[in-house]
Write a protein that binds this ligand. Structure first.
Ligand SMILES: C[S@@+](CC[C@H](N)C(=O)[O-])C[C@H]1O[C@@H](n2cnc3c(N)ncnc32)[C@H](O)[C@@H]1O
Length: 240
C-alpha cells in the first residue's frame, strides 16, 4: 500500500487527494479531542498529519503509525511536524510504546487493508494500544450499494471539474478498486486504489474479537444519525 502513497501522491495529497472540507476537519478534531480527554492519542495511518497536527495543536499528545516514508516526509515539512512521533510500519502489527486513551483511523483507510484477516489484526492492534476504557474510532465508507443500478459493478462517486472517481466493486468478494482521474493542465492523471469494503456490523464483530464494544455510530462528525442513505460512518468502540 505504501506504493500507492509514494512521493508523487504525497506532495499533493493534502491539496488533491483529500476532499474533506475545513469544517469537517475541524469537527473531526473536536470529536477526537473530546474522546481523547486527558490521555494520549494514536493515529493509525497518520499520513501527512492532516488530522494529527490540528489535534496536537488542540493540546492532545498525538503519535502515529504509517507505512509510507513519503507521506511522513510531508508531515515533517510542516510547522511542528517534527514534534509528532511516528513509528514506520504496518498498522496491523506495529507497536508503539505506552497506552493511549484514543486510537483512531479515519478517511476510509481501514478499507485499504484488503483482507478480512488484516482488518481483524488492525482491530486487535488498536485494542492492544488502548488503556482500559479507551476508545477506537473508525471513519469508513459504507459499502456503495446505493449507487449500483441493475447489474453494473461501477459507480461514479465524484464528477467534479477537477476530479472524476469511479468505484468498481465485486459484491461476492467484497473487493473494490477506486479509479481516480485528476484533470490537470498537463493531462489526466490516473490512480487505481484497491480496497475491501465492509459493513459496519462486520466491524462490530472484529471489535468484539478484539475485546471492544460499540458505544456510538454516526453518519458524520456532527453526530448526525445514520440512515439508509449514509455514505460514511463514524464508529466508536470502547475497550472493555
Ligand atoms: C487516505 S490516506 C489517510 C491519511 C491520514 N490518516 C488522513 O486522514 O489524511 C491513507 C494512508 O494510509 C497509509 N496506509 C495504508 N495502509 C497502511 C497500513 N497497513 N499501515 C500503515 N499505514 C497505512 C498510507 O500510506 C496513507 O498515508
Amino acid at each position: 500500500m505504501a506504493d500507492f502513497f509514494g512521493p508523487d501522491v504525497a506532495y499533493r495529497y493534502d491539496r488533491d487527494h483529500c476532499n474533506q472540507t475545513d469544517e469537517e476537519l475541524e469537527k473531526s478534531v473536536e470529536f477526537l479531542a473530546e474522546l481523547a480527554g486527558s490521555g494520549r492519542a494514536l493515529e493509525f495511518a497518520i499520513g501527512t498529519g492532516r488530522v494529527a497536527l490540528p489535534l496536537s495543536d488542540s493540546g492532545i499528545k498525538v503519535s502515529g503509525i504509517e507505512l509510507s516514508e513519503a507521506m511522513v516526509g510531508e508531515l515533517r515539512r510542516k510547522p511542528r511536524g517534527n514534534e509528532i512521533p511516528v513509528a514506520m510500519g504496518d498498522m496491523t502489527q506495529t507497536s508503539v510504546e505506552g497506552r493511549f486513551s484514543l486510537v483512531y483511523l479515519v478517511f476510509n483507510t481501514l478499507s485499504n487493508l484488503t483482507s478480512q484477516d488484516a482488518q481483524v489484526a488492525c482491530f486487535r492492534n488498536a485494542a492492544a494500544h488502548l488503556e482500559d476504557g479507551g476508545h477506537f474510532i473508525v471513519e469508513n465508507a459504507i459499502p456503495p450499494f446505493w449507487g449500483l443500478a441493475n447489474d453494473t459493478t461501477k459507480m461514479a462517486f465524484d464528477r467534479s471539474d477537477s476530479h472524476w472517481g469511479i468505484d468498481e466493486i465485486d459484491v461476492v468478494t467484497q473487493q473494490g478498486t477506486s479509479h481516480h482521474v485528476w484533470l490537470e493542465e498537463a493531462g489526466p492523471r490516473l490512480m487505481a486504489l484497491p480496497f475491501r469494503f465492509v459493513w459496519p456490523s462486520e466491524l462490530d464483530l472484529m471489535a468484539a474479537l478484539a475485546g471492544l464494544e460499540l458505544v456510538e455510530r454516526w453518519q458524520d462528525w456532527w453526530r448526525t444519525p445514520l440512515t439508509a442513505q449514509s455514505k460514511v460512518h463514524v464508529s466508536v468502540w470502547r475497550k472493555r
